[in-house]
Ligand binder design. Structure first.
Ligand SMILES: NC(=O)c1ccc[n+]([C@@H]2O[C@H](COP(=O)([O-])OP(=O)(O)OC[C@H]3O[C@@H](n4cnc5c(N)ncnc54)[C@H](O)[C@@H]3O)[C@@H](O)[C@H]2O)c1
Ligand SMILES: O=C(O)C[C@H](O)C(=O)O
Length: 318
């Protein structure tokens, strides 16, 4: 008996996430939430979902609207509201504009669903997670972002293709910014438990090229089809299922770290974290010296922009 609210459900990612989440068996109620003025389109979406659930024989309550009381008692609130980037833009370019939206929604969530787990998708996701953490006043374990989970899945898929194995055999992760300074953890990458360098296909493996592809993936898709929709939707549903299903899996999400990665901390950024019904808990890791150096650079970039955004919000009266 679980209730999940998607804020920004009239948007492309909000819609696909809400639909992907509806396949989690324990979810019994979904709230399609949006800003005032969007009630009609959210109502249309509600009835479309209702038809879909009837077609697959699924009993699930769908509610829609813009009234904050709708989100009460949500077990999880997912925020996807905000501007997406367009061709030629960096995710960071969205920071100040989207920060206002996230700060307002974080306060609204804290007032109406004080015990919920808050899951941020809006870009730039690492900075928006920091904004949500600050303005909700929630403990760090109950605020997290999609982070480098989608990037890690993109890398996993490229590695699986190169080594000609099922994607589930590949264990890899990317940490750091969901953006240009992301850091692949080759030291933690294996196929079926075997280090890549011990496999014959390693001779023709070009890790750096793959990472360039992962970094460019969002931009590539946006340029061609307008938006990334189904990749994020499924990635969001996986994280929601992992948390709400108390699965204790270790996935790469944006979380507030204190000192878990070689004593680097006090920032919201992509790191491996344990996900369960209580929320998100970064796990202490040791990585190679080169990876530490790259992670430190990523942290410095995210810290700098986060500080700029916090100053901006304060000047704007938040
Ligand atoms: N973290 C990730 O991996 C990831 C993946 C995909 C998309 N995103 C981000 O998710 C966000 C949404 O993307 P999309 O493709 O669904 O965009 P979209 O334009 O289709 O939808 C935007 C949604 O935000 C709402 N919105 C816009 N301005 C608002 C405001 N001022 N106040 C309240 N609501 C407002 C709209 O009503 C709509 O529901 C973007 O920031 C995008 O970059 C993140
Ligand atoms: O690239 C984007 O702007 C959307 C999202 O962050 C993605 O990686 O798909």
């Amino acid at each position: 008996m679980l209730k999940v609210t998607v804020i920004g459900a009239s948007g492309k990612v909000g819609q696909s996430a809400a639909y992907a989440i509806s396949r989690i068996p324990s979810i019994t109620e979904i709230v399609l939430f949006g800003r005032e003025g969007n009630e009609e389109s959210l109502d249309g979406l509600k009835w479309d979902f209702t038809d879909a659930f009837a077609a697959v024989g699924r009993r699930i309550k769908v509610v829609s609207g813009a009234d904050p009381s709708l989100i009460r008692d949500s077990d999880m609130v997912i925020i996807t509201s905000g501007a997406p980037r367009h061709t030629g833009q960096d995710r960071i370019d969205l920071a100040k504009g989207n920060a206002k939206i996230i700060a307002n929604y974080a306060k609204m969530v804290a007032e109406n669903a004080p015990d919920t787990i808050l899951f941020v998708v809006t870009n730039p996701v690492d900075i928006m997670t920091a904004v949500a953490l600050k303005y909700s006043g929630f403990p760090p374990s109950r605020v997290f972002g999609l982070g480098t989970h989608l990037d890690s899945m993109r890398l996993k898929s490229f590695i699986a293709q190169h080594f000609k194995v099922h994607v589930s055999e590949v264990h890899t992760r990317i940490i750091g910014e969901h953006g240009d300074t992301m850091v692949p953890l080759w030291s933690a990458t294996t196929i079926g438990g075997i280090q890549l360098k011990n496999l014959p296909e390693f001779k023709t493996f070009t890790g750096e090229e793959m990472i360039d592809w992962v970094k460019a993936a969002g931009h590539y898709i946006i340029e061609r089809s307008g938006a990334t929709i189904y990749g994020p939707g499924e990635a969001i549903a996986t994280l929601a299922r992992t948390v709400l299903g108390n699965e204790n899996r270790i996935l790469s999400v944006t979380a507030y770290i204190r000192c878990e990665v070689h004593d680097i901390g006090d920032v919201c950024i992509g790191v491996p974290a344990m996900l369960n019904r209580k929320g998100v808990f970064p796990i202490p890791i040791r990585i190679s010296p080169e990876e530490v150096e790259d992670f430190q650079a990523s942290v410095e970039k995210i810290r700098r922009v986060t500080d700029e955004v916090f100053d901006y919000l304060e000047n704007e009266g938040f």
